[in-house]
Design a protein around this ligand. Structure first.
Ligand code: DQA
Length: 152
């Protein structure tokens, strides 16, 4: 069975109470429960980690390469300046989808630039919880294509 890892970066543990006008009122454990239910329907294994610490995310990406087929990553503020996370993604062969709840391009200028964008497969931004669901759907479709189960 294919395995997918969802990594959430700093302050996303506060979802639900953190700036709800921007990020909504859904908690991270609600999001993870929705993803787990969706992953069960799609027939893939899914694991979750959240960290406020850059180095822990770097280590998770390094270790994921041996275990997981895809990473769904909301690097939060690290998106905009973490060369270490960018280099970790570039160093491993596991594909990564970059996720944002909010539309980062419609917000402050410092959020318009993603240092990880050049080394991920693609970016999904602005759809709230659906950014995660869409990323999971895309990851599973890509994996099915690799296995030759899905043609278009
Ligand atoms: C975010 C957008 C980032 O700019 C911000 O620092 C976050 C969350 C999002 O999901 O919209 O913490 O990644």
């Amino acid at each position: 069975m294919n395995k997918i890892l969802v990594i959430n970066g700093p302050n996303l543990n506060l979802l639900g109470t953190r700036e709800p006008e921007i990020y909504g009122s859904t908690t991270l454990s609600d999001i993870n429960a929705m993803l787990k239910e969706h992953a069960d329907k799609l027939g893939v294994d899914i694991d979750f980690m959240q960290s406020n610490i850059e180095g822990e995310i770097v280590t998770a990406i390094q270790q994921a390469s041996k275990v997981y087929d895809f990473i769904l990553l909301n690097a939060a503020a690290f998106t905009h300046y973490s060369v270490a996370i960018r280099d970790a993604i570039a160093a491993v062969s596991v594909p990564v989808i970059e996720i944002h709840l909010s539309n980062v391009h419609a917000r402050e200028e410092f959020r318009h630039h993603s240092v990880i964008a050049p080394v991920v497969m693609g970016q999904i931004s602005g759809f709230g919880v659906d950014s995660y669901i869409a990323a999971l759907d895309i990851a599973v479709r890509k994996l099915q294509k690799i296995r030759g189960e899905h043609k278009e």
